[in-house]
Design a protein around this ligand. Structure first.
Ligand SMILES: [Zn+2]
Length: 403
């Protein structure tokens, strides 16, 4: 499976696609109301089959004639997802799906077989960077630049829009996307932190540029201007888009940085060890900073890249003590506070860096718990200068050292 996302050009036809999105949102709200009534009476939501049959009946009525306009499979997909949320409400104890303004409905799904592609010959003399293609969705053509060539059979096309009104298509192809990297024989533990995004067990620090913080002033200004406009006015709509644009810029910068870092790490190391973090607890403690770093999103991207490049990413349990224990002699320092960035072990006199010590502990624990071997830090003049590995698995080379 391979997903590629492309942006549709601003054409007049885009308006009808937005119209389809709105109708999907209306149908969703209609069926939430229906399911909630059913749920109150019988203690369960309607099944997909029942909802689908009801939709077919409604479509024939004069009042709901316009529901025939969007692609029917997309509407059925909305119902399928609703049925699942109502099922999970019982089994997983989740809350019920909420009503949403139809303007905020964001996704539509098309089957790959129902979609046609065509190459458009460039009209201008100077060609664009990427070939222009057009895609036929629900009877209309939409143009886009194909920045990644299609390699396999297209199974599904997901059409999404964002708060700015931009529409994107995500093409899902049935192809095996593997680009193996040459083996390096290196393993590394990583400690995640607020001050430094990642700290490797070799002492290398990967800081995050903190994009939200960078754009915070601009955002505050835009939000102030937005809140002063009259509700429902064109001016307010324009300022709403301005705020959305800043949010989108932040998100794009962050994802770009994450992908680059993930690829960089996958090229350097064969096996990567991380700690399973309690992100919700961290968010309560440190607030916005944690959301700005977006550890969870980074881990998802890293796992995708490691699968693609034949690397291994392991996470160790969150209850393993990593910060307070000395990585050389396992002496536990209970007096360590959050302010102590560096400390000296009382038992073995090693001068330790807080984050590097944690990363080394994560590496030790990871290598041991996944049965790969034993790691021992090498100490020279009271400082960690490297580590040696007794490998019991062919994944790791027998000795690794830095310094
Ligand atoms: Zn020690």
């Amino acid at each position: 499976m391979r997903n590629t996302k492309h942006k549709l050009f601003y054409d007049k036809t885009l308006k009808s696609l937005h119209n389809d999105f709105d109708i999907c949102g209306i149908v969703r709200n209609h069926f939430i109301a229906l399911c909630m009534r059913y749920f109150r009476r019988y203690g369960k939501g309607l099944s997909y089959a029942k909802m689908s049959a009801h939709l077919t009946k409604l479509k024939k009525l004069e009042k709901y004639k316009h529901w025939n306009i969007p692609y029917s499979w997309a509407l059925q997909n909305v119902l399928k997802r609703l049925a699942q949320s109502f099922r999970e409400m019982k089994t997983l104890g989740r809350g019920h799906p909420h009503f949403k303004s139809c303007k905020k409905h964001k996704g539509m799904t098309f089957r790959g077989g129902q979609v046609k592609f065509e190459y458009l010959l460039p009209k201008q003399k100077n060609e664009r960077n990427h070939p222009t293609y057009r895609i036929r969705l629900n009877g209309r053509w939409y143009r886009f630049a194909l920045h990644r060539p299609i390699e396999g059979k297209i199974i599904q096309v997901q059409v999404t829009r964002d708060a700015l009104g931009d529409v994107y298509i995500t093409l899902t192809e049935a192809c095996n996307e593997v680009r193996p990297e040459p083996k390096t024989g290196q393993a590394e533990g990583f400690d995640m932190g607020i001050k430094d995004f990642l700290t490797g067990s070799d002492g290398e620090r990967y800081t995050s540029p903190m994009f939200y913080k960078q754009n915070a002033n601009k955002l505050a200004k835009a939000q102030k201007v937005h809140s002063r406009k009259v509700k429902g006015s064109n001016n307010r709509e324009r300022e709403r888009k301005n705020v959305a644009r800043i949010h989108k810029k932040t998100e794009n910068q962050r994802t770009d940085h994450h992908w680059k870092l993930a690829i960089d790490l996958c090229q350097k190391f064969d096996i990567l060890f991380f700690e399973d973090l309690n992100l919700r607890g961290m968010k309560a403690l440190f607030g916005k900073q944690v959301s700005d770093l977006a550890f969870g999103a980074f881990m998802r991207k890293l796992k995708h890249q490691s699968n693609k490049r034949n690397r291994f990413v392991f996470t160790i349990g969150r209850w393993t003590p990593t910060t307070k224990c000395c990585c050389v002699c396992n002496h536990k320092n209970d007096n360590l506070t959050l302010e102590d960035r560096e400390w000296t072990c009382r038992k073995c006199d090693t001068h330790l860096d807080r984050d590097q010590n944690a990363a080394m502990n994560i590496l030790k624990e990871g290598v041991a718990s996944f049965g790969l071997g034993v790691v021992r830090p090498i100490v020279l003049l009271g400082k960690i200068v490297g580590y040696s590995v007794e490998a019991s698995s062919s994944l790791l080379k027998s000795t690794i050292a830095f310094a």
